[in-house]
Design a protein around this ligand. Structure first.
Ligand SMILES: Cc1cc2nc3c(=O)[nH]c(=O)nc-3n(C[C@H](O)[C@H](O)[C@H](O)COP(=O)(O)OP(=O)(O)OC[C@H]3O[C@@H](n4cnc5c(N)ncnc54)[C@H](O)[C@@H]3O)c2cc1C
Length: 412
């Protein structure tokens, strides 16, 4: 009898999971991907748009065209999941029954949850580059910005790609130097963390880089209010940071359809998930991939990609009544663009923080150090995303599990 696999979300995780599953399973398994629109955005490219280094249109491709033959695509919003009935309710009133459900609904920006952020000054003095609209509007404003206080602020964690706001700072330093007005711009990075990054060794390196580039670092700042008219960030404990232009990474939550699904999500709308098998904690026949999962790793496309292999294996094992593979180790791999044609690379997992050395082995890309090679890697990633990662292929020399060879463990 035909078995139905329904995948909610056709972004990075939903697309690569569908393509991997189509190859792994035979035709008696129907695979349907549901998403509310047909615009697949290459999100890492958003970082480059404000600086004129990428054009918004070049980052968008048709979602359904990224899916292999034999995968059905349904363009519809998801209203909610009834986990008791194994049924998805669509926004148009339709329903989809499933044998296995894969949640790939990502993370949602919730700027409206910060007092004042979307009030006066939103999109004129305060922007986010985390979506196409914001990144494009910010590009126009940056072009006209000829001096003053530019503040980059992370409102709250978790966020997608936690290094992206740091990359924004580094690129802003480069951008204003290129324009010859760096000495007229005061750059400040304001974060709720106690350092530039979550993990100690990388945090030390990245804090040092901010210092070297003359970018002020304000830590443990929990933004409670953004006063766009007065140009002020105000923390819950009453501290203030003034700005002429604010680049804000808003708070994130899970998809609204998860919040509307009884018993499925946590308080933020993310889905409690076994961090090693990727099976949801709510029901055995629900698996989770990408930013939607409440697991202790970064919300990043690289993580989503590494999860793909274990998720596919486990859906197949679940359908065959076999024991699940508990091998996902939280592997994360991020290029950090640092300006002037250079970038750093970090590679870590649940147990190992980002360390110096080389990736993927003793010979390879330098870890936690600036290099031109890493910058080329970051640029090449866009091609790999569309042609290798989304089609669900393994990248040559890149393993799902974090490689230990090449890392300098004594640096702790
Ligand atoms: C500025 C920026 C820079 C980044 N840089 C990097 C980087 O350098 N490296 C890296 O690894 N990662 C990076 N990322 C993160 C990466 O893009 C995400 O982690 C990745 O896309 C997560 O994939 P996903 O499938 O979980 O979510 P997404 O790709 O966001 O897909 C979620 C999908 O679910 C759909 N959806 C949600 N709710 C509903 C609903 N109710 N009904 C129907 N459809 C719904 C959405 O439309 C969307 O298509 C960056 C992100 C940003 C914003």
């Amino acid at each position: 009898m035909t078995k139905r696999i329904v995948i909610l979300g056709g972004g990075t995780g939903g697309t690569l999971a569908a393509n991997r599953l189509r190859r792994a399973l035979d035709a008696e398994y129907e695979i349907t991907v549901v998403d509310r629109d047909d615009d697949h955005v290459y999100q890492p490219g958003l970082l480059f748009v404000p600086f004129g280094l990428a054009q918004a249109d070049d980052l968008v491709r048709s979602r359904h065209r990224q899916l292999h033959d034999g995968i059905a695509y349904l363009g519809s919003g998801v209203d909610r999941v009834d986990t008791e009935a194994d049924r998805v309710h669509l926004a148009d009133g339709g329903v989809l029954d499933y044998d296995v459900l894969i949640i790939a609904t990502g993370a949602r920006l919730v700027p409206e949850e910060t007092d004042g952020l979307t009030g006066p000054g939103w999109m004129t003095k305060a922007f986010s580059f985390y979506d196409l609209e914001g990144a494009t509007a910010l590009a126009r404003t940056l072009e006209e910005f000829d001096g003053g206080r530019l503040v980059v602020n992370v409102v709250d964690m978790p966020i997608k790609c936690p290094v992206a706001p740091l990359e924004f700072c580094f690129l802003a330093d480069w951008y204003f130097q290129e324009r010859g007005i760096r000495d007229q711009v005061r750059l400040t990075y304001v974060t709720p963390l106690d350092g530039a990054f979550t993990k100690p060794v990388a945090s030390r390196t990245l804090s040092g880089m901010l210092q070297d580039k003359g970018i002020e670092l304000v830590t443990e700042f929990n933004t409670g209010e953004v006063d766009g008219e007065a140009g002020k960030l105000i923390s819950f404990d009453g501290r203030e940071v003034e700005f002429d232009l604010a680049v804000v990474v808003p708070a994130h939550g899970g998809a609204e359809c998860i919040e509307r699904s009884w018993g499925l999500g946590d308080a933020l709308g993310f889905v409690p998930t076994d961090e090693h098998t990727l099976q949801s904690k709510a029901r055995d026949n629900i698996f989770v991939i990408g930013d939607a999962a409440a697991i202790p790793t970064s919300k990043a496309g690289s993580v989503t990609h590494f999860e793909g292999e274990v998720l596919t294996r486990n859906v197949a094992r679940f359908l065959a009544g076999e024991e699940l593979d508990a091998s996902f180790d939280g592997h994360t791999n991020c290029f950090i663009e640092s300006g002037f044609g250079k970038a750093l690379l970090i590679d870590f997992n649940y147990d190992t923080e980002p360390l110096p050395g080389h990736y993927p082995s003793a010979v390879g890309l330098p870890l936690l150090a600036e290099s031109r090679l890493n910058h080329l890697g970051k640029l090449m990633f866009a091609w790999l995303y569309w042609h290798s990662l989304l089609p669900g292929r393994d990248l040559p020399g890149v393993s799902t599990a974090m490689p230990r060879a090449g890392k300098r463990f004594e640096t702790r």
